[in-house]
Design a binder for this molecule. Structure first.
Ligand code: NAD
Length: 476
């Protein structure tokens, strides 16, 4: 087993630890023990990081695409070599089962490898005017970027902030979550170890609102990218607008799952129960509102509850654990309140509903049914291990319910009717729609939402283009 790493800031290629700085403890959510002490960047540290990011940007944007691609490919290889250690770190600081941690580390390497290849696919176009005159459309890196990543997928989310930026030729200062800092540091360190210059990728921590205020307030930063809750996203988007900075916002969701009576129920249940309770439900694209055609409701409900009850909840380090603890005590409180409110409004609690033990933030896999629309959980993202099962009279009502909320991140549908699939693709308001699959995230497809789930994309070529500005050159 890997020891939890020593924590530090990474500014201009140098590690900075405590040294008189404010610090905070990082807690293991499975045991509530202190894992390590995290230094906070001072305002002077952030100024140094900004100045280095400006220098780093000018160096990196002039580095050839081939060289950028080869450095990023090397870093992806290093992350893959270190996936076992990073996976264990993820388990310790975030709570997820260690196999999921290793999978997350490998996926972040896959993302970087994809972005490395995209360095070479930044094309412009030529508009031929005749008589030698022409115009050229060029794409240029926007400038230094500030990225803010949350605690649910600490390695993948940090990579999403960094990969597109570096492929485009930008420098980036990333602030991973203070609750799960070590896996973000590990990702950044792998990039530095592979030859990314110290000013091009940096990692800072602090009081989130203080760090974001200073970074977003600086004229050096030309784009911000944030993953987290809708209220914080709205606040940061307003701050970015003050200086007309570009923003990518990947915010909350409330994933609807439309289950039609022509689908393969065993496959739906096997896929979606695992999907629901992955990472203890703390996933922005988590399936949340299961909208089930009424003639298959009883069968679906019974199969869902049976599978939820069979899950083993425990320390992610233990073999056989399907679901670890929630990542923090706030999540426990929030979910307990939402379940109590739903029951007050008349929902049926089919299984779960309770914290497990009193040490570690463990919560039972929970299933509610017949949940009224006016209960809080039908309107606010639960971000925890709770599924809502409601019977629906048919397609039109299911689409209407899917689109009722102001969120539009991931949506899921299960049907074997090709014409219906096309209608759903046209009608469901979501940034990502999975039909007959549980997956909405691949390195080469854009990941992002609509409405209150945010704007802009990460991953895919869109993730690189989101870090670029366009310039038209006219030649007479
Ligand atoms: P929160 O809104 O306090 O924080 C969410 C994330 O934003 C954290 O990583 C936090 O460090 C960061 N943050 C908060 N204020 C910030 C600021 N002013 N500047 C920069 N970063 C800031 O919420 P939370 O209690 O950590 O999580 C609760 C809710 O957040 C969840 O219920 C979920 O809706 C949402 N969330 C979404 C995602 C996602 O993947 N989209 C991830 C984590 C949390």
């Amino acid at each position: 087993m890997t020891d939890y790493p020593t924590l530090h800031l990474l500014i201009d290629g140098e590690q900075h630890s405590g040294d008189g700085r404010k610090t905070e403890d990082v807690i293991n959510p499975a045991t509530e023990e202190v894992l390590g002490t995290l230094p906070h960047a001072t305002p002077a540290d952030l100024d140094r990081a900004l100045e280095a990011a400006q220098r780093g940007f000018h160096e990196w944007r002039r580095t050839s695409a081939d060289k950028r691609a080869s450095i990023l490919t090397k870093a992806a290889g290093l992350i893959r070599e270190r996936a076992k250690e990073i996976g264990e770190t993820l388990c310790l600081e975030q709570g997820k089962p260690v196999a999921e941690g290793r999978g997350e580390a490998s996926y972040s390497a896959n993302l970087l490898e994809f972005y490395a290849q995209e360095c070479k696919r930044i094309y412009g176009r030529t508009l031929v005017r005749g008589e030698g005159a022409r115009a050229e459309v060029q794409y240029h890196p926007v400038g230094p970027i500030a990225g803010f990543a949350p605690w649910n997928f600490p390695a993948i989310n940090v990579m999403r902030k960094i990969g597109g930026a570096l492929a485009a030729g930008c420098s980036v200062i990333v602030k991973p979550s203070e609750e799960t800092p070590a896996s973000g540091i590990a990702v950044v360190q792998a990039l530095l170890d592979s030859g990314v210059p110290g000013g091009v990728v940096q990692c800072v921590f602090g009081v989130p609102s203080d760090v974001s205020e200073q970074l977003i307030g600086s004229p050096i930063i030309r784009k911000i990218t944030f993953t987290g809750s809708t209220p914080v996203g709205k606040q940061l988007a307003k701050m970015a607008a003050d200086d007309l900075k570009i923003a990518t916002m990947e915010l909350g969701g409330h994933g609807p799952v439309l289950v039609f009576n022509d689908s393969d129920l065993t496959k739906v249940l096997d896929t979606m129960v695992a999907n629901k309770f992955r990472n203890a439900g703390q996933v922005c694209v988590s399936p949340t509102r299961f909208l089930i055609e009424e003639d298959i409701f009883d069968k679906f409900r019974d199969g869902f509850v049976e599978r939820a009850k069979a899950l083993t909840v425990g320390n992610g380090m233990d073999k056989g654990t399907d679901m670890g603890p929630m990542a923090n005590a706030r999540g426990l409180d929030n979910i307990a309140k939402l379940i109590a409110n739903a029951q007050d409004k008349g929902a049926n609690l089919l299984t779960g509903g309770e914290r497990i033990g009193n040490q570690g933030f463990f919560f039972q896999p929970t299933v509610l049914s017949e949940v009224p629309l006016d209960s809080d959980i039908m309107n606010n993202e639960p971000f925890g291990p709770v599924a809502i099962l409601n019977a629906m009279p048919g397609e039109a009502a299911m689409i209407e319910e899917a689109n009722r909320l102001p969120y539009g991140l991931a949506a899921y549908a299960w049907t074997n009717d090709p014409a219906r699939r096309r209608r759903l693709a046209a009608e469901v308001e979501a940034g990502m729609l999975a039909i007959n699959t549980g997956g909405v995230s691949t390195v080469d497809a854009p990941f992002g939402g609509v409405k209150w789930s945010g704007y802009g994309s990460e991953d895919g070529r869109e993730g690189v283009m989101a870090c670029m500005v366009v310039k038209a050159i006219h030649e007479g």
